[in-house]
Structure formats: C-alpha cells, structure tokens
Write a protein that binds this ligand. Structure first.
Ligand code: SAM
Length: 291
C-alpha cells in the first residue's frame, strides 16, 4: 500500500507537488510523526461504531488515522488550497467527508445531522490552529453538541490553564468555563520536532471528557459566567473590588460584602482562590438579591 501521509518524506512530496506554501495566519503546522498521531487517536477511544469530527485537516495526516479507527469522519478545513489535496490523499477512505469552511461559521448542528445520524458517539479530534483554540472549543461546548470527548493538540500554556485547579496562576475563567462542561486531562506534552513548520510555542495534547451534566447547580449560566469573568477582571485585586467595579457603581459596597459573606466568601479573597462551587453559590446569591 501507499506510505502514510504523516511522514516527513511523503508530506514534503505532497506539498511540493501541489506547490503549497504554509500560511502562518491560519496556524498551519502539520504533523509528521506517527507516534504522536497514534497517541491522539488512541486517547479518543474510537472504534467502528463511532464518529470523529476533525477541525483543520491540513493535508490529512490525522484524518487518515481517524478514517482507519472510526466509522465516519467529517473534517472542516478553511483553506481552499487544501481541498483538492485532501480529495486526492483521502481517496482511499470513503468514510471521510471534507467540508470547506470556517468552523466558527459552520452550522455544526446541521453537520451532525448530516454525518453522525448512524454512529453511537462522536469525538472531536484535532491538531487545532492555535490562534483560534479558545473560540473553537467554546463553540463546541456551548452548543452542547452530543460529544463523548474532545482530544486536541493545543498550546501547552492553554492546556495548563484549562486543567488548572484553584490557587495557582494558571487558574482563571478559562479553567472554569472548560471544567463546567468537561473533565480535562493532559495526555502528553509534545516536542516542536513533530511538526512542519515547527511552531514557536510548546504544545500538549489534552482530552476533555464531556460531562453529562454540569458539576454544579447554577440558576442562570449567563450570569454565572459573567460573575466569573468580572471576578478575574484584575487578578491582583480582591473579589470585592472586582465585583464592585462591575455591579455596584454607587456606594452599595457594604451590600456586596454582605452578600459575599452570605456566600461564605471573605471579601478580601482573590478570584483565583475560589472553587467552581463557590462561584456557583455566589452567582446564585447575587442573582436572588437582584444583582
Ligand atoms: N490536522 C493537520 C495536521 O495535524 O497536520 C493540520 C493542523 S494545522 C495545526 C491547523 C489546520 O486548521 C490548518 O490546516 C488550517 O488551514 C486549518 N484552519 C485554520 N483556521 C481554521 C478555521 N477557522 N476553520 C477550519 N479550519 C481552520
């Protein structure tokens, strides 16, 4: 059979033959290492009853492995120049459908209906374009797509923030947003040498196991996330100061501190020390007080 796509030799051959040039602005760093591809696909737990959605297939390095492991693969690629290449290299895999478009603009509910009606579970598996990692993941999670898990290569620093527990510098609104929907787990860190061209940041593979239900009870999700965002607005300030700036323009500071105390949170604490449960409780108490 044909050599795998993700070897340095075949990748270079494909790129040269099609006269393809990398666009840094689209986060194009292609994988050329079989071991890392197997780790990514293995972490998703795919089998021939399952589907995979890939975002940014590039020249198909990961897509090929997904096609071999899953029943059905849909891949969304923004760069028109890659579409004919994908059609050529993925020709042996009739279970792959390539969509041309920006994943942030695509109707994913519709894509799921078209592609994944017959499969038992779906994973998102991708080597993400780093410039849009957070918007892509938040779109996938907020739309509550029926996903089993999300296994993605991302910037290491972002992976650490997603997985962070309260108390450290990595913990912030991104940690809380991700942990509200998922249980994150860092699978491995990844050296620069597995990509061409090599990115100038460190990378990691993270698995987000999508929760059946949030780990906390919030009365109003929008309000909860707004309280979290506002609490971290200026990390070095106390939670009382940050929330006062957002919700109390006048002199009702005493009222805010009373509500914080009611939630069991000392007003001089910093947001980075609050657990997700404490934020949920605080949001519910503020909301009931009309804040
Ligand atoms: N999956 C390939 C691999 O691992 O070799 C390529 C990964 S590369 C890091 C990211 C890919 O995402 C590129 O092919 C890029 O063109 C594509 N991309 C960037 N922004 C996108 C967007 N908004 N929607 C869909 N694809 C996007």
């Amino acid at each position: 059979g044909m050599e795998e796509i993700a070897t340095p030799k075949r990748t270079k051959e494909i790129i040269h033959r099609h006269g393809f040039s990398f666009k840094k602005s689209l986060g194009q760093n292609f994988l050329i290492d079989q071991n890392i591809l197997h780790k990514i696909v293995g972490a998703a737990g795919l089998d021939k009853t399952k589907g995979a959605l890939e975002i940014g297939p590039g020249i198909g390095a990961l897509t090929e492995k997904l096609a071999q492991a899953a029943e059905k693969v849909a891949a969304v690629e923004i760069d028109q120049r890659l579409i004919p290449i994908l059609q050529e290299v993925l020709e042996p895999y009739p279970n792959v459908t390539v969509y041309h478009g920006d994943v942030l603009k695509l109707d994913l509910q519709q894509l799921f209906k078209e592609q994944f009606g017959e499969v038992s579970r779906v994973s998102v598996v991708a080597n993400l374009p780093y410039y849009v990692t957070t918007p892509i993941l938040m779109k996938l999670l907020e739309q509550r797509l029926p996903l089993e898990n999300i296994v993605v290569m991302i910037q290491k620093e972002v992976a650490l923030r997603m997985g962070a527990a309260p108390g450290g510098k990595d913990y912030g609104s991104l940690s809380i947003a991700v942990q509200y929907y998922c249980e994150p787990e860092i699978i491995c860190t990844v050296p620069h040498t597995v990509f061409i061209p090599q990115p100038n940041v460190d990378s990691a593979v993270i698995r987000l196991k999508v929760r059946e239900a949030p780990p906390i009870d919030v009365d109003d999700e929008g309000h909860f996330f707004e309280v979290v965002q506002s609490s971290f607005a200026q990390r070095r300030k106390t939670i009382s100061n940050n929330l006062k700036n957002r919700y109390f323009s006048g002199g009702e500071r005493a009222e805010l501190d009373r509500l914080l105390n009611e939630a069991g949170i000392a007003p001089n604490r910093r947001a980075e020390t609050l657990s997700i449960e404490e934020f949920a409780n605080l949001s519910n108490i503020l909301l009931r007080a009309g804040v």
